[in-house]
Every structure is written in structure tokens, then in C-alpha cells.
Design a protein. Structure first.
Length: 317
């Protein structure tokens, strides 16, 4: 019997065909004979004592002009699916949290959810790094201007970032005596009502912000080093950075060994670490990307590794 795989994602018609990691996963799953079903967050609901969804049969194609076809939606219990990929991009807002509650009930009914819903809620992509202090640069999380200014006085050159953004949004580099320091702190903290993360600036950003992908704690042997554009601090591809594939360094592999046991324990099967120089700066658990770029540069099949992992997890079920 074919494995039934659901995917919760942003509108599939609006994805970037060449770069979309979710599409890479779906193409691999379909090649293996899986039955695919598509959902958006709005398709999830609860009725008749169970989490349900309007499931649409999905076919995908390796065609940049025509990469998907959807069948008619039908309401079904989510627990009938063997596995569900939660691939909705941030923002990690209340609707996202509500979706994890529905998926958690599907998990209790027997579905494998990738990644585990409770862990999606627990592992904030910025704050999660604080579980691994041996791996990170000097870091402060606070909403108080005085504490942040003291940290700035100590380290002189810092990165300020919100705890709930993605793609380089609202990230500032602030140096000592910057005349905009007060307004940046006021804006990011909402005048002391919202915590932010502050990290020592790492000069090695010029060599790239490396995205390291892990499948059930095992690192892909190459990372995508995202290089900032000229005059830019942010290396995010969404902020104009460009990606260069690089082999993992010994330090990269050491960081992976520090993080991997916790990822496995939490059911975080597909994760992206961000590493600048020798330091872990973020742990991406919601919808990590860069599969297509690494596959193309190094002849990999990262989606195949993920499907192998899913099949292994389904065996005891």
C-alpha cells in the first residue's frame, strides 16, 4: 500500500519553482509512489471529535511552467494520513500555533508529523540556540534598553534582531555611539514591551552565513554559504545575498554533534542551522530551505534522505 503524505504549505501556485525545497520533497515522494495531499492552514479544522482537513489530491511535475495539479477537496480526518509535512513559512503567529494544535491531534491519531508540532512551538528559531551556549557568540535577549546599551558598550558592534522574523527582516547592525541606537531599540522592543536578540557582530559574515541542513540529526556534508551583497550586512537570500556551496568544516561538524541529540529527541527531522564563522546563530525548524541549491551544486538528493527517514520512522507504525 502506498504511503499517504499530506503537506501543509503556503499557496503552491505562488512558490519559486527553481528554489522551493517543499516542491523538491514532493517530487521525491511522488517518484517513490506516495499518494500526495495538499492543504493550506485554512483547510485545517476540528469536527466530530477529531482534527480534520480539506485534503486535495496533488500531482507535481518537474516543469517550471506547470509544476502541480490539484484534485477536488474532500474533508477527511488528518489521522488517516501516514505522514504530514508542516512546511508553512513564518510568520510564527497565532494561526501557525493553532495549526500545530490540529497537527498534534493528528499525531495522536497515528500520523507522523514532520516536524513534531510540540517542538515547532517549543523551539523558537532564535531562542533555541540558547540551549547550546557552547556553540553561540556572545548573546543577549532582553527588552530593557539599559541592559541592551550596556551590552553594546561592552562589545561595541552588535546585531539586533526580532525573535519572530525571517528572511533578514528588521535586522540591524549597531555600533557604539550610533546616533540611531535609541530609536532602533525603541522600535524593535516596542518601547520595552517586546524581547529581542542581540549578538556580537561576527566579521566572518563576509565569508557567508552557512545554512547546514540536518536530516534526523545527520548533517548534509555541504552547506550553502549565503554571501551578503555589496554594502549589506544581511546574507539572507531574500535580502539579496547569493549562495555558494561549501564543504562542512570541522567546527561545523562539531556544532552539529552538539545539537543533533536534542533534535532527535524532539522529533525535529528536518532542520537548518545557520552558522557564521565558528558560531551557531539560528536553528530553523519551521520550513528550512536550500535543498535545491545544494542538490544542484553537489549532485545530492537531500529530499531522498528525508523520505528515507520518514519511511524508517513509519516502520514501527
Amino acid at each position: 500500500m502506498a504511503i499517504s503524505l499530506g503537506v501543509v504549505m503556503d499557496p503552491i501556485g505562488a512558490i519559486h519553482y527553481k528554489k522551493d525545497s517543499t516542491l523538491a520533497m514532493l517530487l521525491e515522494a511522488q517518484q517513490r509512489g506516495y499518494d500526495l495531499y495538499y492543504l493550506e492552514q485554512r483547510d485545517l479544522f476540528w469536527q466530530d471529535r477529531q482534527a480534520r482537513g480539506y485534503l486535495r489530491p496533488l500531482n507535481v511535475f518537474a516543469d517550471p511552467q506547470h509544476w502541480y495539479e490539484l484534485g477536488e477537496a474532500s474533508p477527511r480526518p488528518l489521522g488517516e494520513l501516514d505522514a504530514i509535512l508542516m512546511r508553512k513559512d513564518p510568520p510564527f503567529d497565532n494561526d501557525y500555533i493553532y495549526s500545530t494544535y490540529f497537527l498534534e491531534q493528528a499525531e495522536q491519531a497515528g500520523s507522523l508529523i514532520v516536524n513534531k508540532p510540540q517542538s515547532l512551538r517549543d523551539a523558537n528559531e532564535k531562542l533555541f540556540i540558547t540551549h547550546f551556549p557552547q556553540c553561540i557568540p556572545e548573546t543577549l535577549v532582553s527588552c530593557q534598553a539599559a541592559i541592551i546599551k550596556d551590552f553594546l558598550a561592552q562589545y561595541q558592534d552588535l546585531i539586533f534582531k526580532p525573535l519572530d522574523s525571517m528572511g533578514g527582516a528588521s535586522i540591524f547592525r549597531v555600533t557604539a555611539n550610533d546616533p540611531n541606537t535609541n530609536v532602533i531599540i525603541e522600535t524593535l522592543t516596542a518601547h520595552g514591551r517586546r524581547h529581542i536578540m542581540v549578538q556580537r557582530f561576527i566579521p566572518e559574515i563576509t565569508q557567508g552565513d552557512k545554512r547546514i541542513l540536518l536530516v534526523n540529526g545527520e548533517p548534509v556534508p555541504y552547506a550553502l554559504a549565503r554571501i551578503p551583497g555589496k554594502g549589506e550586512t544581511r546574507a539572507n537570500l531574500a535580502a539579496g545575498g547569493h549562495g555558494v556551496g561549501v564543504p562542512l568544516s570541522e567546527r561545523d561538524r562539531w556544532i552539529c554533534t552538539q545539537v543533533a541529540p536534542t533534535l532527535r529527541e524532539k522529533g525535529l527531522y528536518f532542520v537548518g542551522l545557520d552558522v557564521i564563522g565558528d558560531y551557531l546563530t539560528e536553528i530553523n525548524v519551521t520550513s528550512p530551505t536550500c535543498i535545491r541549491e545544494l542538490d544542484a551544486q553537489f549532485g545530492l538528493n537531500i529530499s531522498g534522505q528525508l523520505m528515507d527517514c520518514i519511511e524508517q520512522q513509519l516502520k514501527p507504525r
